[in-house]
Write a protein of this length. Structure first.
Length: 376
């Protein structure tokens, strides 16, 4: 059996090595390392796949979120509603801009922001909602957009873990997550479903004016070279990463299908165990399984995590400390937020290896070790 990893990027690379190597060599020979046709072609191809009018590449997913808030004109003292059960980048960028994050509960089944909690948290200072498509499951975007429209709020989708998810509206309309709100943001961190061989990110919008602002802010606020109209930053997707991502984009649906197949295997193995809850699958979205995350009851989750490690099975806890309980948010009153569902989840979630290269022998071993501990 091949050694187990949370994400096997090396084996994935071996399958596309010829195409990737050729793309990298082409960039090296061209010596165009920043910008150029390779980057613009990738942006166009990703926009087309995504169903968005504009795709603006940037340096990473965190920058994408920050630039989105800047482009929407959010100011110090404004409030954005966000889940606490998420990676810190979602809310860190608000704090960097002196925007107050308002932490709300998530749905215990989907792990995504609860629309009812959003409604209750809106004040006169609320300017935006930041739903997170956590682990690859879509937030309830139909309900969220209705709330946003009713209260004249912006929606910034954190789609770092959800790229490729087809969200199905009640009228049958299908849109990719990240293309539904005013701006969608994603990350190309190597472990992502569409992962680079370094850092990278992108923003999506159908709004022409917003697209111009996003591009300007990501490039030092320039309207043209050396003419700086707004305060911006330096956030670029380099050409080598764009070349690699353009190759991998052609395989993205194939990669997602492989993750879903692996998730089906796990589901069948765990679904009848009363101590284990497998990931919830909604009829209105097609889970892309960036993570395969179990909920365990009457089980010492941390001891299970250690037991798996002792037996050569990697696992991860995403996330052991929710954002509102992090020290960095003390100044924003983080500890004042009472989020029992979020706290409950952080004590019970555990993610198993899931990636495009998992085989049944590996998964059978993983399952055996999980059940060995849970059933003892």
């Amino acid at each position: 059996m091949r050694p187990l990893q949370m994400v096997d990027t090396k084996t994935q690379y071996q399958k596309i090595k010829t195409a990737v190597d050729a793309a990298v060599i082409n960039v090296l020979e061209s010596s165009v390392f920043i910008g150029g046709k390779v980057v613009s072609d990738f942006a166009d191809n990703l926009a087309k796949y995504h169903g968005s009018k504009h795709c603006i590449p940037c340096a990473n997913g965190t920058d994408a979120l920050q630039i989105a808030m800047m482009a929407l004109g959010l100011q110090p003292g404004d409030e954005v509603i966000t889940p606490s059960f998420t990676y810190i980048a979602t809310v860190e960028v608000a704090a960097l801009l002196n925007i107050k994050p308002i932490f709300v509960e998530v749905d215990a089944k989907t792990f995504c922001i609860d629309p009812a909690a959003i409604e209750k948290a809106i004040t006169s200072k609320t300017k935006a909602i930041v739903p997170v498509h956590l682990y690859g499951h879509a937030a309830n975007m139909e309900a969220i957009m209705k709330i946003a429209d009713a209260h004249n709020l912006f929606v910034i989708e954190d789609n770092a873990q959800g790229i490729g998810n087809d969200y199905i509206f009640s009228d049958g309309t299908i849109k990719k997550t990240g293309s539904i709100g005013h701006i969608g943001c994603t990350s190309f961190y190597p472990s992502k479903n569409l992962g680079a061989y370094g850092d990278g990110g992108a923003m999506f919008t159908d709004n022409d004016e917003l697209a111009v602002k996003l591009k300007m802010i990501a490039s030092h606020g320039q309207s043209k070279r050396y003419y700086h109209d707004v305060v911006g930053c330096n956030s670029r997707l380099d050409t080598l990463q764009a070349a690699i991502l353009d190759i991998k984009l052609k395989h993205l649906d194939e990669y997602i299908d492989a993750r879903r197949k692996a998730a089906d295997f796990y589901d069948n193995a765990f679904v009848n165990n009363k101590k284990i809850t497998v990931p919830f699958r909604d009829a209105n979205n097609k889970h892309v399984f960036h993570q395969y995350t179990l909920l365990v009851e009457d089980v010492d989750r941390d001891a299970l995590h250690q037991y798996l490690a002792d037996n050569g099975v990697p696992s991860m806890i995403y996330y052991p400390v929710p954002a509102h309980r992090q020290k960095m948010f003390d100044a924003f009153g983080g500890s004042n937020f009472i989020l029992p569902t979020t706290d409950w989840l952080t004590e019970r979630v555990i993610s198993l290896p899931i990636h495009t290269e998992l085989d049944e022998e590996q998964q059978s071993f993983i399952v055996s070790k999980v059940l060995e501990f849970v059933n003892k």
